[in-house]
Design a protein around this ligand. Structure first.
Ligand code: G6P
Length: 477
């Protein structure tokens, strides 16, 4: 019998909206944070599919609903599951493990148990939404066990998985006490996508070294009851809805707001901008330190130069994030105390998140964008900045440790650990000849407008469809 359901189901930890239920039972929602939602929202607005995910609040049992042109299927998490599966295993074990152990990962068996339990719930929810033979696209590190769980529940499905964050080298991944289970979970997919070729090769190496499975190039051969199944691991660098962002930045309202922002900041000669979730992977402290030293050295001066730092609140119950917030705020306070003047601060620090219109205006207003991540899967802020620079002005200073560095030639690449090098690059960006600024920005814009998120999803989904669904003989070792 044919099953009713969706031909395409996306499963992600978060829904694209965070839901709030008021006392009368009415619901309202606002957009969820992060790059995953930025990228997938436009894809799902065009597809006739379902998005399975958590609505951002504890114990929220809610029927599927439609919002912003998407069909959303909430998965409920208890407060304890949020603490153990989301804040714990996802964001205090896997996140630091995948980001060069910048903060030490914690390994707790109770967290792992919760991760397994919650992954099963997501797998069941996805299985309940998918039509016979449908495609299920599992997203990100919070759900690495879902592909294998789903395959055992629904062998008829075609299953893709995309890892939005870096995949660590073997030497780091091996620390994980449940490393085999995680690999087995991922190998339930037909196609495993990564941001950079280096992430895909880290994964293949992990499979070769930690399992007995055979690999050939980007293919892993997994035994099944009937023979073998091929799993492909490859890079699919993600992007944004570039033309939509470009169009937004061309609206009169956004242009007027950009002028207003500069005016309200006292019309500085040079406006520098940082936009991040407040996360220790983003190199916010390093960037602020470099800016502070440039002021100290009088290579930049207030009020001619100003830095706007938007740091949107993130994972506020995780200790490493609380500590980072303290450190950043102390640093900003110190630099403003030393270099600020009445009416003009050195750093305008905002611990808020803003809607896309305001972000587009900020990008358009800025002269120099600072993306100084210590490690980042892609960094879509860099691409948003480029898409918003419709007047071809603006210089992007970009960390070589962000996936975007592979694609965005035209940016000034930096190593954020090298404070002197970063200072030189910032100064170079500030003083760059306008012709060079334009030349670089045009190059960046061609790339970002061309390689948008629709292309990314089409590439991933067409590769997924092309993975042969018949069992194949094992490749020779
Ligand atoms: C990154 C991750 C996403 C995550 C986002 C926001 O972009 O790759 O999976 O959703 O950060 O983090 P949060 O913990 O708030 O979902």
């Amino acid at each position: 019998m044919e099953r009713a359901g969706y031909e395409l189901v996306v499963v992600a930890n978060r829904l694209p909206v965070d839901v709030t239920v008021d006392e009368e039972g009415g619901t309202s929602w606002k957009r969820s944070p992060g790059g995953l939602v930025t990228a997938l929202q436009p894809v799902m607005q065009q597809a006739d599919g379902a998005w399975v995910g958590w609505a951002g609040k504890p114990d929220l049992e809610h029927e599927p609903f439609d919002a912003d042109g998407m069909h959303l299927v909430p998965v409920a998490l208890s407060a304890e599951e949020i603490a153990q599966y989301y804040e714990g295993f996802s964001n205090d074990t896997l996140w630091p493990l995948c980001h060069d152990v910048i903060s030490p990962p914690e390994f707790h068996r109770t967290w792992w148990e919760a991760y397994r339990r919650v992954n099963r719930r997501f797998a069941e929810a996805a299985a309940g939404q998918a039509a016979q033979g449908a495609t299920v696209w599992v997203q990100d590190y919070q759900l690495q066990l879902v592909p294998a769980m789903l395959r055992s529940m629904r062998p008829d499905l075609r299953i893709g998985y995309f890892h939005h964050i870096p995949f660590p080298p073997l030497e780091i991944f091996s620390q994980l006490p449940w490393r085999r289970q995680v690999i087995e979970g991922l190998l339930g997919a037909d196609l495993i996508g990564f941001q950079r070729p280096g992430d895909a090769s880290n994964f293949i190496r992990v499979v070769r070294r930690l399992t007995d499975l055979t690999t050939r190039g980007s293919m892993v051969s997994v035994p099944t009851e009937h023979g073998h199944r091929g799993v492909r691991a490859a890079a699919f660098p993600i992007s944004i809805d570039s033309s939509k962002f470009d169009a937004l930045a061309r609206t009169e309202a956004v242009k007027a707001r950009a002028r207003e922002i500069r005016h309200d900041l006292g019309d500085p000669k040079v406006l520098l901008l940082g936009v991040d979730r407040l996360d220790y992977t983003k190199g916010i402290r390093h960037r602020i330190k470099a800016f502070g030293e440039l002021l100290e050295d009088k290579r930049l001066e207030v009020p001619e130069a100003a830095l706007v730092q938007v740091a949107s609140p993130s994972r506020e119950n995780v200790e490493a994030y609380q500590q980072l917030r303290e450190e950043v705020e102390i640093l900003v306070g110190r630099i403003n105390g030393e270099h600020g003047q009445i009416g003009s601060a050195a750093i305008y620090y905002m611990h808020h998140s803003y809607p896309p219109e305001e972000m587009a205006a900020l990008y358009l207003a800025a002269d120099v964008m600072l993306v100084t991540a210590l490690r980042d899967g892609m960094n879509l802020v860099a691409k948003e900045f480029v898409a918003a620079c419709t007047d071809d002005t603006g210089v992007l200073v970009l960390s070589e440790f962000a996936g975007a560095a592979d694609e965005l030639s035209g940016a000034l690449l930096i190593n954020p650990h090298d404070i002197e090098g970063m200072k030189d690059a910032i100064e170079r960006a500030v003083r760059m000849d306008p012709r060079e600024v334009r030349r670089r920005m045009r190059k960046l814009r061609r790339r970002v407008i061309e390689d948008d998120v629709t292309k990314w999803s089409q590439r991933f989904l067409s590769t997924l469809t092309a993975v042969p669904d018949q069992p194949s003989p094992p490749p020779a070792r």
